[in-house]
Design a protein around this ligand. Sequence first.
Ligand code: AKB
Length: 314
Amino acid sequence: MKETIIVIGSNGQIGTELVNELRSIYGGDNVIATDIKEPSYEVLHGGPFEFSDVLDKAGLQAIFEKYKPTQIYLLAALLSAVGEQKPKMAWELNMNGLLNILDFARTYGVKKVYWPSSIAVFGPNSPKQQTPQYCTMDPNTVYGFSKLAGERWCEYYFLKYGLDVRSLRYPGLIGWKSAPGGGTTDYAVHIFHEALKSNSYECFLSENTELPMMHMSDAIKATIGIMDADASLVKIRSSYNVAAMSFTPKSLTEEIVKHLPDFKISYVDTDPRQAIADSWPKSIDDSYSRKDWGWNNQFDLPGLVTDMITNLKK
Ligand code: AKB
């Protein structure tokens, strides 16, 4: 059956890469990119693009009517750091945006919906090492508890209405094709740009702050992987833990120095993002993803650093 896929929030860090990958699989015309802002040249010219605000129900209805999508990827969200600056807006966008899409997906008989969650669903009382799929979850950022509530809604729509919703709890995502937008893990992308530009970087997290991270191409592989999996294999309908590696600014720097021996990092110790990072897991147990639908990552830390530096140099 022909798929018609709408990606909502196509201009963000994930959307930019996901749209291109989906278009290479399903054909440019079958993947409709939507965002509130003008997209990159590649997204605009690779297939249909529509301006759309996920909070504007009339606008969404027109798009669902026009395209009759079979799959939706909802990526529009405010991330952890920006969410703390605009808490009400983060709640409104992250929560009502999701509910609008779940409702339109039901009304228009969409076959599958993808919605990203995050390691931000965990909080200060969650286990820090190898954080399990099921444990205490007491997120203390608006982003974190909007994602946790969103997970509950996704599972609810699956159980109550049979809507096939699938979701992953992303760690920090690192890629060279797109810029991150307002998260706590953004340092791990900025560091590469600054290293190549000025051989130095002032980091807003302290040197031993360990966080789970993943190369963007692994994140895209995981996203399309769970969407392609047979429905019977997707046993968790809230959101799956997924992991690839964990590192600190210090261990990342040690790896970068192998390629750029003069690179120097310094640290600011007054950034509010530190408290967010301190409330999150250091590493993630993703055994359910590996067992249920066959997740495995390609990139480890040395591979990620080599790939980032090689491609950003070009
Ligand atoms: C953020 O830092 O807010 C995001 C995330 C881990 O969900 N990258």
